[in-house]
Write a protein that binds this ligand. Sequence first.
Ligand SMILES: *Cc1c(COP(=O)(O)O)cnc(C)c1O
Length: 429
Amino acid sequence: MLVDKMKRLEEVCWRNTRQLPFDEGIRNCVLSMDDVLDASARLERFAPYFCLAFPETSDNCGIIESPLREIASMKSALSRDGETEICGRLLIKLDSHLPISGSIKARGGIYEVLKTAEDIALQSGMLKITDDYGILMSEKFRKLFSEYSIAVGSTGNLGLSIGMMSAKLGFKVTVHMSSDAKQWKKDMLRSKGVTVVEYESDYSEAVKQGRKMAENDPKCHFVDDENSKTLFMGYSVAALRVKKQLLEMGIKVDKEHPLNVYLPCGVGGGPGGVAFGLKQVYGDDVNCFFAEPTHSPCMILGMSTGKHSDISVQDIGIDNKTAADGLAVGRASGFVGKAMEPFMSGCYTLSDERMYKMLSMLADSEGIYLEPSALAGMYGPVLVEKDAELKCFGGNSNTTHIVWATGGSMVPKEEMEKYYSIGKNLAIK
Ligand SMILES: *Cc1c(COP(=O)(O)O)cnc(C)c1O
């Protein structure tokens, strides 16, 4: 029934009936809080390097982090538009404004490049874990890294993060871009000396080709967005930062004060990693949801059928064509869906039109401009009040809702104006 609706491109909601209490779920999980802390410590080791290499991160002492903000005007606008009352507080996590690459990929993508660089540098004997990593700026390390290459397949934003970071450290880097990737992202990368290979096909094919080319080169590290646990752990660190931010804002999270988090989902690594970290921090007090476009519902398809990466949206006749280019993925990650099965509360899909409409609503109500993908989470707080499947997660004035805004601050002005006017026109109709 659910699959039939998805085939007809209807918006759907799915409650995860295989979710387990956190204590039970974590027992069979190969990853743990130790892995989150290990990733966090690695990012801290690199902080002195970031202060030097990207001075825009020096205000935050070389830690790449985004603001968490309350959006009360948007809450009113959403409630009005959805003809419902959103109970509790509405917050936005502005990964759209992360330094260096302006999307959630500045977490996982950058992290995997750093881990690769650290492994090479430690192995060479030129770096000790206790050194000030600022020395990685020096010519001898650039020369070391230039003997290695990094490759990745992407719909755009991952390529942007991997490309910018790898080029900065001195790696040779190749980004395999799917047909969804925007021209400005390819142009920006080429201007940094990154090799961009373009494909007519979608994301899965770009990843496959990239993986194939990298396989033949022992000095090439392929960032495997479909399978990488390193990427996943890089994303997970966000949870430790959110915990700190909520404390600073005086917002409680406990049994009586639940936290709902709505995450735009492509292949799953980004939102899955963040959700994994949040479950480690808050256990059963946090409810996490994946949000996908009606044209690319790979994660809800994989999780609800239990087939995970053995099924693609094309298998059920869906085209995987969406304005939400960051989410244009037809087949979910091989491990994220399975790993997150005991932890996720649910998934939902929404139309491109709805993303555009909320894009202009958010711009008008809060002055925040995001790319279409990044609005996917914004519909969640409405659905938990209205939808029969997800209603059990709404109706509580003690709930804090966090909408994860995954990208947008680097979109060129003219592109953003186009997005905005599409949304505005849809809102009038
Ligand atoms: C990549 C991306 C996502 C989703 O991340 P996945 O790891 O592909 O699931 C969401 N929003 C934006 C803007 C992205 O670039």
